[in-house]
Design a protein around this ligand. Sequence first.
Ligand code: TXA
Ligand code: MG
Length: 326
Amino acid sequence: PGSMLQTERLTADEAGLAQAAAVLRRGGLVAFPTETVYGLGADATDATAVARIYAAKERPSFNPLIAHVDSVEAARIQGIFDETAQRLADAFWPGPLTLVVPAAPTCTVSDLARAGLDSLGLRVPAHPLAHELLKLTGRPVAAPSANRSGRVSPTDADHVLGDLDGRIEAVLDGGAAQVGVESTIVACLGGAPRLLRPGGVPREAIEALIGMRLEGGSEGGKSPLAPGMLASHYAPRARVRLNATSVQAGEAVLLFGSGVLHGAEAAQASLNLSKNGSLVEAAAHLFSYLRQLDASGAPTIAVGPIPETGLGEAINDRLRRAAAER
Ligand code: TXA
Ligand code: MG
């Protein structure tokens, strides 16, 4: 939609960072690396710039976006932190955690970025390039994952360009994202904190810190998920078949650990998220492997079982969404 832009690939150095910040400050769109996935950034205080995010992504609705800031202090200008939120921020920021908190009277994040809500999602990313960019920009930066709506989240600059070339001003190329699944989202809106989305910080680590079970997550289904957590949100083009024990000819295969699937020799393509069974490594590979298997042209991706512990909860959540009927 709109006129084609010349999307610039900016290098991960001082000049590239300065240019990226300048583009953001004049209302442009810049995709940038975080430790989870690449974000599609716009000045969160500028509703017109934020509107361009939805246009570039072809998002069907105005979901609230995460506002990224460079420090806990900057976050406290935007949101109201209760005791739990403060403890979580102190423990996990900078890092792959998003806190949904009530908007503060001093909040400058535009209504559009908040989708008209009285709350907002805040995150202090740990990636050094993201941190530098936010510091240079000097404003909160709204950033959903830098993919077109309904596609898999991007974990490197080539993924971003594959989806958004010609639709955004620039991508800051910082190589591969390390965590590979999005941030964990916890809502602290009074009462017990709630898990809105499993992600890069395992549920267990949060529960250990706050000394109680977190309500919510993907398993129950009764608790409302974060708006925008549509089942189809993480969908590759191929069908996805979970907990496969065998492979049919022509299918693509996604394995984990030492598990072997019956008939895997006949697969169209086969990748292992982590041969030695590391969930951290598996998360880092998840989205790029889904893309690669999708590109093999196989009609179905058969996925072997993956444990539900630690980062496995987020990995399985994304895979269940990718597998949902659509
Ligand atoms: O790792 C990540 O979180 C990446 C990087 C770029 O930071 N971002 C990301 O953004 O995954 P996105 O837009 O794909 O997902 C943000 C989620 C959405 O499901 C949205 O509905 C939820 O955060 N969210 C944001 N603000 C919220 C609010 N005030 N209340 C409830 N959910 C909110
Ligand atoms: Mg996304």
